[in-house]
Design a protein around this ligand. Structure first.
Ligand SMILES: O=c1[nH]cnc2c1ncn2[C@H]1C[C@H](O)[C@@H](CO)O1
Ligand SMILES: [Zn+2]
Length: 372
């Protein structure tokens, strides 16, 4: 592990980063939530100034339960019901990610949650894509290169997943690069949405599934074996299929006495990317704290780990902060952060030539100056 330049926040912010798991409705600026609520006359915000609102989201999301964590989205979704609001939120998302040094992002949201003021699914997606393009252009003017693509999510408790998969395919040439399911995991197995996944596969279109976050191995097993997912949203509970001797330090650099079960072996053998979201996992109770997060075990065992924010507003985080937390906890250097970034870029849903270009022209040169 070489660390030529100090691995501090300033350095991490300039390092090129790739983000595969970030929710549009979980990443609004607190000031934007307030302004949009005022504009649309939404009366139910739990706070009336930026600082208190930011604090409310963070503490309410710190619930230890995915179900309670998800309740906080009622407020962000409520203010994202018009084309103008969606466009603004998407534009600011691209700008904020670019300012943090993210060079490629796949940002997801559930179009079916944004129909309350009369927009249809296509109009919702069009507004968000316009916002991303504007944000990319504004970032470029500020000297920051970013490419933002969209994943459309279906809510797993609802019954619109096939329609959303069709939406993903309909918009595939216009900036939607994949499909996802999210929402409460317990009681809503991925196999409820088999027709949607089959539709995606029939159209040679990729998808990811939130699995192995609040629920354990059975959820991961369904996602990979029955649904054929291309990536795992979180997937952190794959650790339940990995046996380590009692008392093993999760921050160790090697794990020689490890035994992998069939599911863990399959995920690693097939290089199925894990979209790990450390801070979010602590908030929803998937793990106790960052120190006991299986990120390091999975990374050292060479699973295809990627680092993600999940919900920047609810976790009061950024890609840089997630990198910093992991580096501080597990002693990573620039070459490790580069590896996680290349892992993410290889796992992106854009075409191979575009991934390669970003790796060769942006990521490798970006880390080379930090490592030297
Ligand atoms: O971490 C998550 N697990 C499951 N569902 C989630 C998570 N973060 C956000 N969501 C839900 C709430 C949002 O309204 C929805 C679409 O982005 O996805
Ligand atoms: Zn998520």
């Amino acid at each position: 592990m070489t660390t030529a330049l100090p691995l501090d926040m300033a350095g991490i912010r300039v390092a090129p980063k790739v983000l595969l798991h970030d929710h549009l409705d979980g990443g609004l600026r607190p000031s934007t939530v307030l302004e949009l609520a005022q504009q649309v006359g939404y009366p139910d915000l739990p706070a009336s100034d930026t600082e208190s609102l930011a604090r409310w989201f963070r503490t309410a999301a710190d619930s230890g339960s995915l179900e309670q964590y998800l309740e906080t989205f009622a407020h962000t979704v409520a203010v994202m019901q018009t084309a103008a609001a969606l466009e603004r939120v998407a534009r600011e998302c691209a700008e904020d990610l670019a300012a943090d040094g993210v060079v490629y992002a796949e940002v997801r949201f559930a179009p079916e949650q944004h129909l309350q003021a009369g927009l249809d699914l296509d109009e919702v997606v069009e507004a968000v894509l316009r916002g991303f393009t504007e944000g990319e252009q504004n970032a470029a003017q500020a000297g920051k290169r970013i490419k933002v693509r969209c994943l459309v999510t279906a809510m797993r408790h609802a019954a619109r997943s096939l329609e959303i998969a069709e939406l993903a395919v309909r918009f595939r040439a216009r900036g939607v690069v994949g499909f996802d399911i999210a929402g409460a995991e317990a009681g809503f197995p991925p196999s409820r949405h088999l027709d949607a996944f089959e539709y995606m596969r029939a159209h040679n279109a990729p998808f990811t599934i939130h699995a192995g976050e609040a629920f354990g191995l059975p959820s991961i097993h369904e996602a990979i074996s029955f649904c054929g997912t291309d990536r795992l949203g979180h997937g952190v509970r794959v650790i339940d299929d990995i046996e380590l001797p009692p008392g093993t330090d999760p921050a160790a650099t090697t794990f020689p006495d490890v035994t992998l079960g069939d599911i863990a072996n399959y995920v690693r053998d097939k290089r199925i990317p894990l979209e790990l979201c450390p801070s979010s996992n602590v908030q929803t109770g998937a793990v106790t704290d960052i120190a006991s997060h299986p990120f390091n075990v999975l990374a050292r065992l060479r699973f295809r780990v990627t680092v993600n924010t999940d919900n920047r507003l609810m976790s009061d985080t950024t890609m840089s902060r997630e990198f910093k937390k992991l580096a501080d906890q597990f002693g990573y250097g620039w070459s490790d952060l580069e590896r996680f970034t290349v892992n993410a870029m290889k796992s992106a849903f854009i075409h191979f030539d575009e991934r390669l270009e970003l790796i060769d022209e942006v990521i490798k040169p970006g880390y080379a100056v930090l490592i030297e």
